[in-house]
Design a binder for this molecule. Structure first.
Ligand SMILES: Cc1cc2nc3c(=O)[nH]c(=O)nc-3n(C[C@H](O)[C@H](O)[C@H](O)COP(=O)(O)OP(=O)(O)OC[C@H]3O[C@@H](n4cnc5c(N)ncnc54)[C@H](O)[C@@H]3O)c2cc1C
Length: 389
């Protein structure tokens, strides 16, 4: 019996079926590799980093310019998925980035110019005329417009990627937590034990989000990453004729805004930082200390909304939470796991990993299969975050 005929033997096993893992599985199956995708919860669950109805997509990336280079391909990948599924995944709302006095706009401009992305820079005075639904305080110096900026229908993106994976013959097992990983030292075969079954594979791609260290620890490694709990608030519009573009605030609070996509008639705001928690399962804790931290985040958003958006209702109507896995330098981890021939890790997406997930998935598949990659991944090496256990 050849390897391909061994029951439960796959070319590639992907651990974690939210946006990055599903993308890696989809790209592997698309390359005609027999692929298994394993998830501990139900598909689209709300315990990790990917749930919710929207995520910002844009080309400008400031000083993290490596990722700006992936963005033209990311847009193409999402468009291919739209064509394949017949569903709208990208909401091209147009977007603005607000820079306060003294803040450099140069890296973002360089990102846009080097990738040929149409854009414009407005002074505060011009922005006030063009966007009367926002108040531009005296602290704002430049407003960078990018017409391709917008938001992805996040929940729909996952569903479409998984449907495309399955349509190509991929195997998905949900409600199936992985409890152990082993790589045979002689033949390199990976054995995965879940609570229900065991599987073997030639390659393993681990995309476990905030659970990463739980899986790596038994393999003798952990990553120096923090789990942070992010607060998201939705404010109701009081004048629906004044449609707000997707907006990134580099001024006062480091904040994002996405126009109505989830709750009808409501605009979404979130801070790009949160409060550290020890463990993903710990995220539902609501003790006094946690309540105070969350209130501080809501107050911070509320103050910014009050100052900048006079046409929104004064109080948030809905509040939600989601988790980031953050590296000290905000770079991802995309690399082979040292000491293992056939295990690749995708981690530390640091609150910016959704928009390019189909590209990240392709890169993880290429790293697993030993294929050439076309981007410079030197800042995404795992070694920089490895902590021995
Ligand atoms: C509030 C918020 C807003 C954001 N906004 C943006 C944005 O605008 N633009 C952007 O690009 N990015 C954004 N991000 C970041 C982006 O959403 C994340 O980087 C991305 O979702 C990470 O996906 P992931 O697949 O790595 O992790 P996850 O979504 O956490 O998925 C990991 C999966 O692994 C599974 N798993 C873990 N352990 C096991 C096990 N033992 N067995 C089986 N399965 C297991 C988990 O159940 C989970 O499904 C945002 C994040 C948050 C929280």
């Amino acid at each position: 019996m050849s390897m391909a005929e061994v029951p439960n033997m796959y070319d590639v096993i992907v651990l974690g079926a939210w946006i990055v893992g599903s993308s890696a599985a989809y790209q592997s199956q698309k390359s005609e590799l027999r692929t298994l995708l394993l998830e501990q919860f139900a598909l689209g669950h709300e315990n990790g980093s990917s749930h919710g109805g929207s995520r910002v997509i844009r080309h400008q990336y400031g000083s993290l310019s490596e990722y700006a280079d992936w963005m033209p391909e990311a847009y193409l990948e999402w468009e291919h998925l739209e064509q394949a599924s017949g569903e709208k995944l990208l909401n091209r709302t147009g977007g603005t980035s607000l820079f306060s006095k003294g803040q450099s706009i140069e890296s973002d401009l360089k990102n846009l110019r080097s990738n040929g992305v149409p854009h414009a820079v407005l002074t505060r005075e011009k922005a006030m005329i063009k966007y009367p639904m926002m108040t531009f305080g005296p602290e704002i110096e430049n407003v960078l417009e990018e017409s391709a900026m917008g938001a992805l229908y996040a929940d729909k993106c996952l569903r479409v990627i998984v449907e495309q994976f399955i349509a190509r013959g991929g195997v998905l097992k949900v409600g199936n937590p992985v409890i152990s990983i082993d790589e045979n030292r002689e033949n390199g075969v990976i054995t995965i034990e879940t609570e229900k079954e065991s599987f073997t594979g030639e390659k393993l791609i681990i995309c476990a989000g905030t659970w990463i260290n739980r899986l790596l620890e038994p393999l003798g490694k952990t990553l120096d990453v923090k789990i942070t709990k992010i607060t998201i608030c939705y404010w109701r519009e009081t004048d629906e004729s004044r449609k707000i573009p997707t907006t990134q605030f580099h001024c006062d609070a480091n904040m994002f805004l996405i126009p109505e996509m989830e709750h009808e008639g409501c605009v979404k705001f979130l801070l790009h930082h949160g409060h550290e928690i020890e463990d993903p399962e710990d995220s539902k804790r609501t003790d006094q200390e946690r309540r105070v931290s969350i209130k501080q985040d809501i107050d911070c958003l509320q103050e910014a909304v009050k100052q900048k958006f006079p046409f929104l209702h004064p109080e948030p109507e809905f509040i939600d939470h989601c988790l980031y896995t953050v590296s000290p330098d905000n770079h991802f981890v995309l690399d082979k796991l040292p000491g293992f021939e056939n295990i690749v890790v995708g981690s530390a997406f640091s609150g910016h990993g959704f928009k390019m997930a189909p590209v990240t998935g392709k890169l993880l598949k290429q790293l697993a299969m030993g294929e050439p990659v076309k981007y410079n991944l030197s800042k995404m090496k795992i070694q920089r975050l490895l902590v021995p256990v």
